[in-house]
Ligand binder design. Sequence first.
Ligand code: MSP
Length: 491
Amino acid sequence: MQKYFLTTPIYYVNDKPHIGHAYTTILADTISRYRKLVGDTSFFLTGLDEHGLKVQQAAEKNSKSPQDHCDGMTPAFLNLWKELNIDYDDFIRTTEQRHIEVVQHILSEVNNSGDIYIDEYEGWYSVSEERFITEKEVDSGQFGDVKKLKEKNYFFKMSKYQEELINKIQNDELKIQPESRKNEVLSFLKNNLSDLCISRPKSRLEWGIELPFDKDYVTYVWFDALINYISSIGFSKDSDKFKECWPADVHLIGKDILTTHAVYWPTMLMSIGLPLPKRIFAHGWWLTDSKKMSKSLGNVVSPLALIDDFGVDAVRYYLMSDMVLGMDATFSSQSFEKKYNSDLANDFGNLVSRISKLIENNFDSKIPNFSSNESDLSENYEHIKLSNNLEELKIDKIINDIMNFIRSINIYMEKNEPWKLVKVDKEKAGNVLYHCAESLRLAAILLSPIMPKKTEKILENLGCSDKSLKWGKLLPNSSLKTSEPIFPRIN
Ligand code: MSP
């Protein structure tokens, strides 16, 4: 059976992960959980990018061998994913043998097919980007430390696939989203595409995968890293597993790594003769004080500190609801607290307490009976557009729909006043409260991919283990448990 295969970028191990890295991983986790909720099987891959100059330099700085440095950094990522409740299906490190073998296999194949040649090249080299850059890029001044370099290297015939790539992007065979990023790639492809330098002489950089056809060179880190998306799922080794997953349904990336994913990667796949991923989605950046959050600017927010202060589900909720997918978003503790108090403490948390209290006090903590299946709420529930928004990866919209539904439960309570009704018509009051409790159950299930822990608690308190998204699965007469406020206010 075909799986919904989704990936995050693999993160460089030159530094500890921050909110920007956590964001993509939570996004992938959320999408994967939503896929499972609607009945799909999904396969969610993440991992680490361990080769290249940046990692070699970080290791030198710590007086460690690169491998020791990578082994030492890995727990920081694994621990954060555990704290963030990330339920990935595979975690790949590019120093693993299973990856190295596939990279070397592909290099040999591409070389045998005539798509690799050796050439002496003189040009501008960007140290931070670890690649040769064009005159135009030098002039842009965006590439920091730049030097002239003359070197013999191996080149991949990327230019050969330019026309085919343009066609596939134009007709959405490879869908690049949002539309603005698709246009960005197409306008980049209006210029003649150069071939890609895919080697680094060991005399300059040792930390990489050795070229199978020249032991004096290692593989360019991007040519190595991108292959993780297929080495992890058994390309050239386990054809059943590979067929279940490839082509990927979506590569989730940040907007700064668009060209590598939308140009290098597809042309590599064309050369190997593999289908292209169905979709690449480039999200925006998390900014602090209008600048991209990054270690070098010293403005990073630590996800672990936030989890300590507010709990993991609140962090997941904030990151998923506050970024309109595709756009940049600004992180600030004020906006975090505001969102937490208004959405989670007020709208959702208070409602849970209010409904539980009313059932506890008037119905002996038993879910009341309903006399009708219809209400404003069962109707409102139908307005939540989960499938369409999930297909478009609009997680912020999904949350918005659910929160509107939750607000409509509050409105329904105000309109029907079950606390007064119970004194004159207990059956009617019971019906109202049943509809409220059933709506809470559905809201909790719908929010479970975002906040797995808190929603589990709510469902447990409702005494309901049925995770069905069908209206009316909450059983009358089942026992309700009350607990401390689910989302205590932050002052
Ligand atoms: N190793 C490469 C990716 C190789 S994928 C085959 C890489 N690593 S990275 O650690 O530098 O960045 C990983 C991801 O984190 C990128 O998608 C990048 O956009 C994202 N982010 C880094 N800082 C970010 C923010 N401030 N906000 C949101 N995401 C950002 O690039």
